[in-house]
Design a protein around this ligand. Sequence first.
Ligand code: FES
Ligand code: FES
Length: 193
Amino acid sequence: MLEVDQDRARADHPHPQHAFVITLRVNDEDHRLAVDARTTLLDALRDRLHLTGTKKGCGLGQCGACTVLVDGRRVVSCLTLAVMNQGRSITTIEGLGQGGLHPVQQAFIDHDGFQCGYCTPGQIMSAVGLIQEGRTRSDDEIRENMSGNLCRCGAYTNIVDAIKDAIAQGTDPREAMTQAVEAIRQDAEQGGA
Ligand code: FES
Ligand code: FES
């Protein structure tokens, strides 16, 4: 069985001896699920919650494709276990885009910050986290702090331009995130009405 299939099987059918019932708060919504203790946050997001915007590249913490925000900080979700993230607020690319494109998403479009797009969700989540960290005072600083996100298409120059543009537009990622979360809440309320 391929490694990726083993991960998926483990995520879908936790072994009773290793199963934990947890609640994950993702994009401001609680999800209760039984997971194998060895299931990564990435596999729980993709295979259990079907949030496939977060991509699996290397599965080893080396490419950044799986980057999400946990309590506002950038995390490679392939290197953290789902059970370790109870009680934390997880934001994925799906949460970012609720209620219209996030300014960083728009800047990536405006600057052609992608080609095939596989690395793009991770790049965007990392860029949002980076802007929140405020470590964007020069091109070199942006490059250095985005260096954990690899792009096989080589869109690096445009990615840096997109991040600078988002900053120049006065992007406040926390404000944009708050709006996105509010949009999700309103959708949920309307759906439940
Ligand atoms: Fe997580 Fe590559 S898939 S860093
Ligand atoms: Fe293709 Fe980055 S856009 S890997």
